[in-house]
Design a protein around this ligand. Structure first.
Ligand SMILES: [Zn+2]
Length: 348
């Protein structure tokens, strides 16, 4: 859907109401200062914490070959055809993702559910795979202790309906799915020490008519609700969306947990990609919002400037969103940023 109106920062939608995705204004000094002030205030309220160690946890080796593999996965996924939620193509994509995960030795499962929407019932399929920590779950003489914290990595895989008969969403839904598959494989071989990682490939992100409590974000609302109901200790939710653009310009929306936003910037700096990350001074309605609404820390790594020239966004939700607009380099950069974030979050 086209952007409808701007949303001032840094407010959260009241009462869980959902605001439509918005076109961004470029980050203002206000946004930068807001975050800096907030962190300054936080630091001023109590003794200054020691600076974080560069990488206290496991170092996940995301190489250029992993970016190349991620792009290959995007290509295969797109070759399957449109993946609109509630269609055979959507279910085919979900089953393909689950199969890819299982072939890597991950215990993938489909969580199929039906949501009521303004245009009728919608059957969705989330694909979930949890990677346990390398450290065994603690136990005390038969007494259960709380499970280790979980970090949720998210990507939606569905395509928006009604764009074009062959709309494949190479960047929008495809790029993040290919990268998350590759991250899952890497984490399977190099698990974190202190945290579980839940890879959530969520369905039904796109709305059919207009974003609202019953239209769009179906898979993420489902997963956020499940995590809240099961009282999981969620350390962080990191959403990837539209992160394969050759001209990578990640725009961190105002509706994100400040500590995770700063962590993303630090990670980008660590991998030499800080100039490709910017702060947005607007909210973006995306799959991280239901997790924020549930009280979980969450951040959206999204490149919401996707077009034929710098600053243009004319490929978004058009038949132009094809694999040739993507690059393995961008996927490598994003993989390295997420790997760095995971390493820094992986503390006892
Ligand atoms: Zn979209």
């Amino acid at each position: 859907m086209p952007p409808s109106h701007l949303t001032p920062a840094p407010n959260r939608p009241p009462g869980g109401a959902y605001l439509p995705r918005t076109r961004l204004r470029w980050p203002s000094r206000t946004a930068f200062l807001g975050l800096a002030t907030l962190s300054g205030l936080l630091a001023g309220c109590r003794p200054a914490p020691p600076p974080p160690a560069p990488t206290p946890g496991v170092r996940i080796p995301f190489a250029t070959s992993n970016g190349t593999q991620a792009l290959a996965q995007v290509t295969v996924l797109c070759d399957l055809g449109p993946r609109d939620a509630g269609t055979p193509g959507g279910e085919r994509a979900a089953r393909w993702i689950a199969n890819e995960l299982r072939q890597a030795g991950l215990p993938a499962r489909l969580d199929s559910f039906t949501n009521q929407t303004p245009s009728g019932p919608l059957i969705c399929h989330n694909v979930l795979a949890e990677i346990p920590a390398a450290t065994p779950e603690p136990s005390l003489a038969g007494r259960r202790r709380p499970a280790l914290p979980v970090i949720v990595l998210l990507s939606h895989f569905d395509t928006k309906s009604g764009i074009a008969p062959d709309f494949i969403g190479a960047n929008d839904g495809g790029s993040s799915t290919g990268l998350l598959l590759e991250l899952a494989r890497l984490l399977q071989r190099t698990p974190l020490r202190h945290c579980r990682v839940l890879c959530g490939f969520v369905d039904g992100e796109e709305c059919r008519i207009q974003f609202g409590p019953h239209d769009g974000l179906h898979g993420s609302r489902r997963l956020a609700s499940q995590l809240a109901d099961s009282r999981q200790a969620v350390r962080a939710v990191i959403l990837l969306d539209m992160i394969g653009d050759r001209d990578l310009t990640v725009t961190l929306p105002a509706n994100g947990t400040p500590q995770l936003t700063l962590l993303a910037l630090e990670a980008a700096k660590q991998v030499g990609a800080r100039d490709q990350f910017r702060l947005a001074d607007t909210n973006i309605l995306d799959d991280h919002q239901p997790f924020l609404d549930a009280g979980f820390p969450a951040v959206d790594l999204i490149d919401f400037v996707y077009g034929s020239a710098p600053g243009l966004h004319d490929y978004w939700h058009t038949a132009q969103d094809t694999v040739d607009k993507l690059s393995a380099t961008s996927l490598t950069t994003m993989g390295q940023v997420v790997a760095e974030m995971l390493g820094r979050l992986d503390t006892p």
